[in-house]
Design a binder for this molecule. Sequence first.
Ligand code: ZN
Length: 264
Amino acid sequence: MIVDTHSHLYYPELKSNLDEILKRAQDIGIEKIIIPSVNIETIKEIIDISDKYEIIYTAVGIHPTDVKNSQRKHIKLIEEYLQHPKVVAIGEIGLDFYWDKSNIDEQKYFFEEQINIAIEYDLPIIIHTRNSIEDTIELLNKEAYIKIKGQFHCFSGNKENLEKILSNDNFFISFCGNITYKNYKKTEIIKSIPPQKLLFETDSPFMTPIPIKNKINEPANIIYTIIRLSEILNIEFDALVEIVYNNSYKLFKKLKGENKNNII
Ligand SMILES: [Zn+2]
């Protein structure tokens, strides 16, 4: 069974077709899907979706590129949703210096405040970085955050970044459909990751894998990314799926599913 740990199913092109999309997801073996939010409005939307569909779980948080359109008081609002049974993480949160470098301090403020909430409520974080991985790693290395657990989603860092991240046993790594592209250059980095540190994700509707490229991505396409990962890692597909399934439950402890032998 598979957990798609990152799908933005609230995008209109996916939400308008949700019944069919979730059926296709279940047909290929997806057991659970986590939808991360990016701001207060999307939190409300994803909570509604998770109430309606059993297989949907959520992460609540304010995305670094949404910091500019958010207010500090919004961070407090996140806490109102944390008792909801389908909320399994704080996310997606982090730093993004690609789209906007003018508000780095404010991005760090939002990131750290949300990390503090995650620690207080003992929840993992889903981390977004773009042109900011060094700053992100440095920030997470602070003594105060020693207990934080999380997922580096859509990882695009280098080997040195990876080594630093994996030196802390609390972190997991995931890759998107772009690893199936011909011009993807970082297979050596993937090879160096122990499968026990991997998670699966689509980041749909973005990052459509080959051979589906140029269409809107959806959770069922996760299969192509997993096939590519099993090739790169030289691990049989079913074996990889089983290891990563257990990883998903190890990090996202509030996920409820068929996984009985849960925490390793
Ligand atoms: Zn995302």
